[in-house]
Design a binder for this molecule. Structure first.
Ligand code: DGY
Length: 326
């Protein structure tokens, strides 16, 4: 019997390929550049499943192009690239990769937090110019991390991982989310639930861990910067549009906050031009989950979800399983 056909928009990692190759007749997109939209639409047209990245939109247009499609698996936990209701209408199971990247992403939020507070990137750039004159008292003085207040916006798995790490730095942790976590979790993480205005007013570091939703788009805008401490730093490893980049550039220029460290951008791969030249900003290329271990787990998870559906099982990380009656 012929195997179902899958398009994978990346060659993935060997462990994930092994799963796909066993279950599917797989077409991998292998060129180093990402798959152009027209190519994606052409190649997905006769496929039963799609394994894609967060840079590929699974929308009404794509779904209408691929009448046989039964599954779209994004190799990411964020799924703002997938129109889930449209998938449900087309009877396509949408899956993502929750859980496997939480700790790695929390590590990276901390990497950014430490690097912006201690001006590491500026220091590295200076050393490479060969002009460093040697130690001096007021060189690249940054802000302390230990003992400060960390405000976490979005207290899901990643936000909580960031909070857990803060204990080692004897920080006070404030958090805001739609709902409070249990008293046990608050106690364990020594985290205090506060309203978002108080979080902005009292935090020395504001770290973002919310998904991109209509309610979180531009959550951090002029109004938020007005409330934040002039010595505060903003860390964003969530989704770019959560921060109004134009407002961020103005806030930095007017010294409303001390700095920002970003891993994600409003219009990736573009960076808001006014941010590029600023020394009080660190710009990372969306790499918070980028370790060999974690990216491998993400790819394996996507492949496992695809295999499950075609073996007649409910894919473990389906976003619309209930809606499709699986
Ligand atoms: C995700 O998975 O949503 C991240 O942005 C990339 O790891």
């Amino acid at each position: 019997m012929s195997k179902p056909k899958v398009l994978s928009t990346r060659p993935l990692f060997p462990a994930a390929r092994a799963i796909l190759d066993q279950h599917f007749d797989v077409e991998y997109w292998t060129p180093p550049e990402r798959i152009p939209r027209a190519e994606l639409l052409k190649r997905v047209a006769d496929k039963d499943a799609l394994v894609c990245l967060l840079t590929e939109k699974v929308d009404e247009e794509l779904l209408a192009t691929a009448p046989k499609l039964r599954l779209a698996a994004t190799v990411s936990v964020g799924y703002d690239n997938i129109d889930v209701p449209a998938c449900t209408r087309h009877k396509v199971v949408a899956t993502h990769t929750p859980g496997v990247l939480d700790e790695t992403t929390a590590d990276f939020a901390w990497t950014l937090l430490m690097a912006i507070a201690r001006r590491l990137v500026e220091g590295d750039a200076w050393m490479r110019t060969g002009t460093w004159p040697g130690w001096d008292l007021d060189q690249l003085v940054g802000g302390d991390v230990w003992g400060k207040t960390l405000g976490i916006v979005g207290f899901g798995r990643i936000g909580r991982g960031v909070a857990r790490r803060a204990q080692g730095f004897h920080m006070r942790v404030l958090y805001n989310d739609q709902a409070r976590v249990s008293a046990d979790v608050e106690r364990e993480l020594r985290a205090e639930f506060v309203d978002i205005d108080r979080l902005f007013r009292e935090s020395d570091f504001v770290s973002l861990h919310v998904p991109l939703l209509p309610s979180t788009r531009h959550l951090i805008s002029t109004e938020a910067f007005e409330k934040m401490k002039r010595t505060a730093y903003l860390i964003n490893t969530s989704r770019g549009p959560v921060v109004d980049e134009a407002a961020l550039a103005v806030a930095l220029e007017q010294k409303k906050i001390a700095g920002a460290a970003l891993d994600v951008y409003e219009q990736e791969p573009k960076v808001y031009p006014a941010l590029v030249a600023r020394k009080d900003v660190i710009l990372a290329p969306h790499i918070a989950s980028a370790t060999v271990e974690t990216r491998t787990k993400m790819a394996v998870m996507a492949a496992t979800n695809a295999a499950a559906l075609f073996e007649g099982r409910r894919p473990p990380n389906a976003l619309n399983a209930d809606a499709l009656g699986l």
